[in-house]
Design a protein around this ligand. Structure first.
Ligand SMILES: [Zn+2]
Length: 169
């Protein structure tokens, strides 16, 4: 398991001078530290959690975005109970993505397990960029995500302005 803070700090819950300096300079956030400590504690009893390599964590309202090491998300998805365990450990809804990823891949990660039909980019007259995601079919009761929340997470984590459309109304 890797976390954005040293493993010693994550185990003891006390920051070393190096990590403390990173927190003060803004290189580390409070969410990075809290999530690292909670996951490290949980990893002692949960083998799946111990496989997580966390690059960074962000809190958006009551939800958490966990940014994992590139290429490490797909194997974790094979255990459908992992996301639920994470939500119990952190006490909020958990969204998973990877670091250094494209906008399209970040969208696929956040909408998972929902498939995305299409991603388009539009430039608005004021010069801002709008990313439009098209979801196949129509929105039903069973649609698992709060798309407003996904938009907020993408805005805060990537500065992306998101518009979600369903193929059929
Ligand atoms: Zn440290």
């Amino acid at each position: 398991m890797k976390t954005p803070i040293c493993s010693f700090d994550a185990r003891t819950g006390v920051l070393c001078p190096k990590c403390d300096a990173k927190l003060k300079s803004g290189q580390l956030s409070d969410a990075d530290i809290q999530v690292s400590i909670k996951l490290t504690k949980a990893s002692e009893k949960n083998q799946e959690i111990s496989k997580i390599n966390l690059v960074k964590a962000e809190q958006v309202d009551q939800d958490y975005l966990l940014v994992l090491e590139p290429g490490s998300l797909a194997p974790l998805r094979r255990d459908p109970s992992l996301q639920k365990s994470l939500q119990v450990i952190l006490g909020g809804k958990v969204w998973l993505t990877e670091a250094d990823t494209t906008d399209k891949k970040a969208l696929e990660d956040l909408f998972f397990p929902v498939r995305i039909a299409n991603v388009n980019t539009a430039w608005l007259p004021d010069g801002s960029k709008l990313t439009k995601v098209v979801i196949p079919g129509r929105k039903t009761e069973r649609f698992p995500h709060d798309t407003t929340m996904i938009g907020k997470i993408l805005q805060e984590s990537r500065g992306m302005d998101l518009m979600v459309e369903f193929e059929r109304q």
